[in-house]
Design a protein. Structure first.
Length: 320
C-alpha cells in the first residue's frame, strides 16, 4: 500500500484482482479505525467472491489509514478532505465498477451470505432497482439486542416510505443501472440522506425484500438535542423535495412524519437512560398533531413513570 502523505481525493490503492467486480461495497470511514477494520473484514468474508471493497476515508485524524494497510490489494482505499458521509459515498460511487452497488457505514457489518442472497434476489427480480433485508440490531460492543424486520409489497414501497424511513442502510444492495439513473446522494443533508435516496429509487423502480437477517446495524448512543434539531430540519427538507406540503394531505403527512421522528428520537433517548430529553421529545411529538394513536399512547405511558413506559415498543426507525 502506498504510504505517501494523503492528499484530497487521493486514490491510494486500486484492486486489480477484480477487473469487473459484480458487487461494489463503498465504506465511508471517519475516525473509527478499529470498527472500520471489522466492517471491511465482514465484507471480505462473503461467500460471494466477486466483491470490490472501496474504503473512502473522509479526512480521518485517527489511525484509519495505517489500519487499512494490511488489507493490501484486497481493497481500494481513497483519502479525501472531510466533507461528510454523503460526499464520501459519492466519491466511492464514482470509483466503483460493480454491476451492483452497496453502501456500508464503517460501524456496521455484513453477515457471510449477504452479497450472495442479495444478488440472487436482484437476479430473480430484474425490474427491481434495489433489495433490502432484515437485520440484527447490535449495541456498541457488537452484542445483538434486537432483530428488525419489515416485509413489504415491492410496488408499495414508495408510498410507505413517504411516511418515514424503514430501510436500514447496511441491508441495501442496488442495481448499477438504477443508481446511474437516480444519481448521487444529496450532500446537503446527513441523517435522512438514506431515506431521500430510497425515496428517489422507489419512485422509479420496484424494491424487493429478503426476509432474512444478513447485516448487523449498530445502534448508537451518541445522541444530543442539537443533533435531533438538525435531523428534524433535514427531515423537513426531504419532505419538501417529495411532497406538496401546501396540500391538506401533504401537511398531514408532514405532521405524521415529524411526530413519528420525535417519538423515535424520544425512544432512543429512553433506551440510553436520558429520560428528561425523552419526555420532552414525546411532548414535542404530540405537538405535531399526528393522525395515528401511537404518539399519544407513548405520551400517556410516559406520564405513568419509566417502568410502565419501558414496557412499550422500541423506535420504528433506527437513527444513528
Amino acid at each position: 500500500m502506498n504510504t505517501s502523505s494523503p492528499t484530497p481525493a487521493d486514490v491510494l490503492e486500486s484492486n486489480p484482482a477484480h477487473s469487473h467486480p459484480l458487487v461494489s461495497v463503498v465504506i465511508p470511514a471517519y475516525n473509527a479505525a478499529d470498527l472500520t477494520v471489522e466492517t471491511v473484514e465482514s465484507v471480505l468474508a462473503q461467500t460471494y467472491s466477486d466483491v470490490e471493497v472501496i474504503v473512502v476515508d473522509d479526512g480521518s485524524t485517527d489511525h484509519t489509514r495505517p489500519a487499512m494497510s494490511p488489507f493490501g490489494s484486497r481493497i481500494s482505499y481513497i483519502y479525501k478532505e472531510n466533507g461528510g458521509a454523503c460526499s464520501a459515498r459519492n466519491v466511492g460511487l464514482r470509483a466503483s465498477r460493480g454491476e451492483y452497488v452497496a453502501f456500508l457505514d464503517c460501524d456496521d457489518l455484513w453477515l457471510p451470505t449477504k452479497a450472495e442472497r442479495s444478488v440472487a434476489a436482484l437476479q430473480a427480480y430484474p425490474e427491481a432497482g434495489m433489495v433490502f433485508t432484515s437485520c440484527l440490531i447490535v449495541d456498541g460492543s457488537g452484542e445483538t439486542i434486537d432483530e428488525y424486520r419489515k416485509p413489504v409489497n415491492p410496488t408499495d414501497v414508495h408510498s410507505d416510505l413517504l411516511r418515514g424511513n424503514f430501510i436500514p442502510a447496511p441491508t441495501v444492495v442496488m442495481r448499477r443501472k438504477s443508481v446511474d439513473e437516480i444519481g448521487l446522494f444529496d450532500e446537503h443533508i446527513f441523517v435522512p440522506a438514506d431515506w431521500d435516496y430510497w425515496l428517489r429509487m422507489s419512485a422509479g423502480f420496484p424494491v424487493c425484500y429478503v426476509d432474512e437477517s444478513l447485516s448487523k446495524y449498530r445502534f448508537s448512543s451518541n445522541y444530543s438535542i442539537r443533533n435531533v434539531e438538525r435531523s428534524l430540519e433535514e427531515i423537513e427538507y426531504v419532505l419538501k423535495k417529495h411532497l406538496d406540503l401546501d396540500s391538506p394531505s401533504g401537511e398531514q403527512v408532514r405532521r405524521d412524519v415529524l411526530g413519528q421522528a420525535c417519538l423515535d428520537f424520544a425512544l432512543s433517548f429512553r433506551t440510553i437512560g436520558e429520560l428528561r430529553d425523552a419526555r420532552r421529545l414525546v411532548r414535542r411529538a404530540v405537538g405535531c398533531r399526528p393522525s395515528g394513536w401511537r404518539v399519544y399512547a407513548h405520551f400517556a405511558a410516559s406520564l405513568l413513570g419509566h417502568r410502565i413506559w419501558s414496557l412499550t415498543s422500541r423506535p420504528r426507525s433506527l437513527p444513528k
